[in-house]
Design a protein around this ligand. Structure first.
Ligand code: PHE
Length: 330
């Protein structure tokens, strides 16, 4: 009995070490562990041993079988983990998987275009925070308390004296508070208005503001700059007009409209920006000598411009992040 066990153990170990496929492993399983396998036969032989030998051989048999089973399982696991079965099979002749590359959001594309036109005219870029004080957003810009002009912009107030900025004009205020003129800067940024959401208006949008202050700035220069800008953006034969308007912080003030005639539709004038000569009151509020300095400012909505440029008819599309919309601007 003892020799038989030793022999089987030896054979099993040598056969197991030379195994290299799942098939040959399966053959070993059948040979040793199946119902009629060699281990089963050993247990059969065990039954006919004399009584006094049973405890000793019973123990040896159990231990040997367990250890053999353990070795077998180890090899089996190893084989399985580096096997190339169907699920993992790599077909090198398949075409590669295309990786989808994102694109710059249409609003940023528009903003970048607008910025680069003004950069070409020597404007630098200045930015400020989206949470502003009432002072910077309104007071300094000549919107006194209780002034009806405050109703032009429905405001999200955060407290008595803080709010989400309703326009980028407070960035002008920040610039004037911090530095002395001359200035020639644009201020892009996100602004917020507490308006009913519709195809035409959203609770947030983007503006780009411009401010030029120096000792000899004229309304003619304002006009020249903006006309150049419009022509760069919409083409040199764009039809435009300056229309008198009102803003608390500019005097005189104007709005610029462009003639819009989509194919097959009736044309109309569409407002694209507001502008004017900086009101001396604003300069005085900010302790800038209004006898010495004069300047102009303008502001435009980036969504409005993108909508015109690309024929987009619903402002909400910019904020839905629907890839079917965004991918059209690759
Ligand atoms: N801040 C104004 C607005 O949001 C736009 C503007 C800016 C008008 C600068 C004139 C000069 O309506």
């Amino acid at each position: 009995m003892k020799e038989k066990i030793e022999q089987i153990k030896k054979d099993f170990t040598s056969e197991l070490t030379s195994v290299d496929t799942e098939d040959s492993l399966e053959n070993i399983r059948i040979k040793y562990f199946s119902r009629n396998g060699l281990f089963a036969q050993l247990f059969e032989d065990f039954k006919s041993l004399p009584k006094e030998e049973k405890p000793k051989f019973g123990q040896i048999l159990n231990i040997e079988k367990q250890s053999a089973q353990q070795k077998f399982d180890e090899i089996k696991q190893k084989l399985e983990s580096n096997s190339t079965d169907k699920a993992e099979y790599i077909d090198l002749s398949l075409p590669g998987r295309e990786r989808e590359i994102g694109n710059v959001h249409v609003l940023n594309q528009t903003l970048n275009e607008v910025k680069s036109i003004f950069k070409g005219l020597g404007f630098s870029i200045y930015t400020g925070p989206e949470i502003e004080s009432d002072e910077n957003n309104f007071e300094m810009l000549n919107f006194p308390d209780d002034h009806p002009a405050r109703d032009m912009q429905d405001t999200y107030f955060l407290s008595e004296s803080f709010l989400l900025r309703t326009h980028t004009s407070p960035v002008q205020v920040r610039l004037m508070k911090k530095h002395q003129p001359p200035y020639r800067a644009i201020m892009p940024g996100r602004v917020y208005r507490n308006e009913a959401i519709s195809a035409k208006s959203y609770c947030l949008f983007h503006q780009l503001e411009g401010l030029v202050i120096d000792t000899n700035v004229t309304f003619a220069e304002l006009k020249g700059t903006l006309v150049y800008f419009i022509k760069q953006l919409f083409g040199s034969d764009v039809k435009y007009r300056f229309r008198a308007s009102f803003f608390p912080f500019t005097e005189p003030s104007a709005e610029v409209d462009i003639w819009w005639e989509p194919k097959g539709k009736e044309g109309k004038w569409l407002e694209i920006l507001g502008c004017g000569m900086v009101d001396p009151n604003v300069l005085n509020n900010l302790k800038i000598d209004s006898e010495k300095y004069i300047g102009y400012a303008f502001g435009m909505g980036i969504e409005r411009i993108a909508m015109l440029k690309y024929g987009i008819d619903d402002i909400r599309l910019f904020f839905d992040n629907d890839k079917r919309f965004l991918n059209q601007f690759k």
